[in-house]
Design a protein around this ligand. Structure first.
Ligand SMILES: [Mg+2]
Length: 267
């Protein structure tokens, strides 16, 4: 593991997780909630990294434009898997709207959506970086570039809002990335405004008082604590969308929707 891949980066990169997913057969389910850290006995227990990356590209239906930018295809298996999840989520939200599913008494229904690989697709950034995330390269990218929307998510989110469901964006991105992120959401078609009351980013310098763990929150503590705070404001979170299990654990959501992401693992 390269030394630059510090534990503090919060990103356990590609190899461990894709290994767990690809090794599959019997040992792991596709929903394995944590990276496998067992030491392989032979190399045969480790998927070949080049081949894993090729599989990821095939899954996203990799297309490259003249300037070398990589995009996922709307007819890819990734897009199909996403569409299937969105269909299930919409059926649930339709019931909420029709009041067939009772929320908390007097609370307004709300959904929570994550950013990276839930509403915005990091695929091109990841390819540019060779799947090697760094805070510096992420800042440079977000500042200058709009990530594409995850297929179908603007439509789902905008529809929910049109039906009276409040939309909250909750991301592990840093507070200093607020403006770039809000711009991106707007530019790719998300109508619910990412204002300070609806857009939560990690603030390590000045953590909000409602997070008892302060600047030391784990992702689960930060995200579930933020959902608890949202619900304390009179909302019932009827659905929570995230691409990481850490986006979804910790309660304060009636349903959770796990978006596909074979590119990285965040504890
Ligand atoms: Mg994410």
């Amino acid at each position: 593991m390269p030394s630059s891949l510090s534990l503090k980066s919060k990103r356990v990169r590609i190899a461990a997780v894709t290994a767990a997913l690809a090794a599959g057969a019997g040992l792991y389910t596709a929903g394995a909630a944590s990276a496998d850290r067992a030491v392989p006995r032979t190399d045969k227990e480790i998927p070949n990294l080049t081949q894993v990356q090729d599989k990821i590209k095939a899954f996203y239906g990799d297309t490259v434009d003249a300037s070398g930018q990589h995009y996922a295809s709307a007819d890819s298996n990734y897009a199909k898997q996403v569409a299937d999840i969105e269909k299930k989520a919409k059926a649930h939200l339709e019931k909420v709207v029709k009041n067939q599913v009772k929320g908390k008494k007097g609370a307004k229904p709300a959904i929570v959506v994550d950013l990276d690989d839930t509403t915005l697709l990091t695929y091109n950034y990841e390819l540019q970086q060779g799947f090697h995330f760094t805070p510096e390269s992420q800042d440079a990218y977000l500042k200058s570039t709009d990530m594409a929307a995850v297929f179908g998510m603007p439509q789902l989110v905008n529809w929910a809002q049109s039906k009276g469901i409040e939309v909250f964006y909750v991301t592990g991105r840093g507070e200093h990335q607020r403006e770039w992120s809000a711009r991106n959401l707007k530019n790719v078609g998300y109508k619910p405004v990412a204002d300070t009351a609806h857009f939560f980013l990690k603030n390590k310098q000045t953590p909000p008082a409602y997070l008892a763990c302060g600047a030391k929150c784990t992702t689960v503590e930060y995200k579930s604590g933020t959902r608890k705070y949202i619900e304390s404001k009179g909302f019932d979170i009827v659905a929570n969308f995230g691409d990481q299990y850490s986006d979804l654990q910790g309660g304060y959501a009636d349903r959770t929707y796990k978006m596909p992401n074979p590119m990285y693992y965040l504890p």
